[in-house]
Design a protein around this ligand. Structure first.
Ligand code: AGP
Length: 367
């Protein structure tokens, strides 16, 4: 490989550790710190006139899109359709004039995502592409290229590409809101301030690495694992489950915490660890109440929260993982780190091929 692993045992671990630096790099191109503004490459269309957004991607990139849906709706008040690329073309999607499709892809070559881009373009949609490989097909074919600047990602499990995608998408959501006249300079300043805090917070999250390594054996012996989250932590629950499945081969599912009682709670016993992602904030109490339902049925919980959250609800958990206290806007970036590290250490404990898991390719260029 042209890119070295440095002092790290695996590319995946190196890439997890690169996140504070690459996210800072990404933010440098999307934030004007001196002016307290977000900034994008100038599109050849009017961002403020966008009536509807369609986000399409696969795998981890899809989960970044799912987080972004919350942001676009919250900040820019624009309706958002979200679909996995392999389904998009086959459901006769309705794309009215004035719509923007956002494709998200590390490689820029994923066959289904590229096909969705072409389909939407033929239907008259404007295309924005959040891609990591700037020479890729998607980068070339988009109307608005938004590079994610994560640098080469070698590990098959996507890590730094995800957090950099989130940084770009947060800046895009703020830009769209400003273009629509929905963001005051004071609000924009706040967003810029919170995003600029992400690299230091990512460093803070990495400080828990050793403790996560120590608790990996609690998960490594499980046959099934559940991940729960609410709001933007729901896509993170899905991402955590995907990471664990793909590199440790343990069956894992992510659920919206509130969905537990609609079925999955039937699976709970002391053999199924439940990872709960719950930063303190407006949704904390609700997630904790779902967590307590799990505990009441003998479920073994690993709670990922900040100090206040752990103090409030950590008792009775099998283990806790403490994150720095962060603004909800950057929580999805910061909480990505413990779910990546947990999957990584479980895979190492199981002795799997972390960087090149079985049956998987880094870039899926066939449908
Ligand atoms: C994530 O860890 C994956 N290996 C996979 O889901 C990946 O995110 C997906 O194939 C999409 O790839 P892309 O971002 O290059 O389009």
């Amino acid at each position: 490989e042209l890119v070295s692993k440095g002092n790290h045992r695996h590319y995946m671990l190196k890439e997890i550790y690169e996140q504070p630096i690459v996210v800072a790099q990404t933010l440098r191109s999307y934030l004007k710190r001196m002016e307290d503004q977000v900034t994008l490459p100038i599109p050849d269309f009017d961002l403020g006139a966008i009536k509807r957004v369609t986000i399409v991607a696969c795998g981890t990139s899809f989960y970044a899109g799912m987080v972004a849906k919350y942001w676009f709706e919250q900040f820019a008040r624009v309706p958002v359709d979200l679909d996995v690329a392999s389904e998009f073309r086959y459901r006769a999607p309705v794309m009215e004039p004035g719509g923007l499709m956002i494709v998200i892809s590390q490689s820029g070559e994923t066959a289904d995502t590229l096909a969705a881009l072409r389909h939407a373009k033929a239907e008259g949609q404007k295309i924005a592409a959040v891609v990591n490989v700037p020479t890729s097909s998607m980068a070339r074919e988009a109307d608005l290229l938004l590079p994610s600047h994560a640098g080469p990602e070698i590990g098959v499990a996507s890590t730094k590409a995800f957090t950099c995608q989130l940084a770009v998408l947060a800046a895009l959501a703020a830009n769209l809101a400003r273009a629509k006249g929905l963001l005051t300079p004071a609000q924009e300043k706040e967003i810029v301030r919170h995003l600029a805090e992400a690299p230091a917070a990512l460093n803070g999250a990495l400080a828990y690495d050793e403790k996560i390594a120590e608790m990996a054996h609690l998960i490594a012996s499980a046959r099934d694992v559940l991940y729960l989250g609410r709001g933007t932590d729901y896509p993170l629950a899905l991402e955590g489950a995907l990471k664990l499945k793909e590199i440790s081969y343990i069956h894992a599912e992510g659920y919206a915490a509130g969905e537990m009682k609609h079925g999955p709670i039937a699976l709970i016993d002391d053999q199924v660890p439940v990872i709960v992602i719950a930063p303190s904030g407006p949704l904390f109490e609700k997630t904790v109440s779902n967590m307590q339902e799990v505990q009441a049925r003998g479920g073994k919980v690993v709670l990922i929260s900040d100090y206040d959250g752990i103090q409030a609800a950590g008792e009775g958990c099998m283990a806790t993982i403490t994150m720095p206290k962060v603004h909800p806007l950057i929580a999805p970036l910061v909480y990505a780190v413990p779910v990546q590290l947990l999957a990584y250490h479980v895979a190492v404990a199981k002795g799997t091929d972390v960087d090149q898991p079985r049956n998987l390719a880094k870039s899926v260029t066939v449908e």
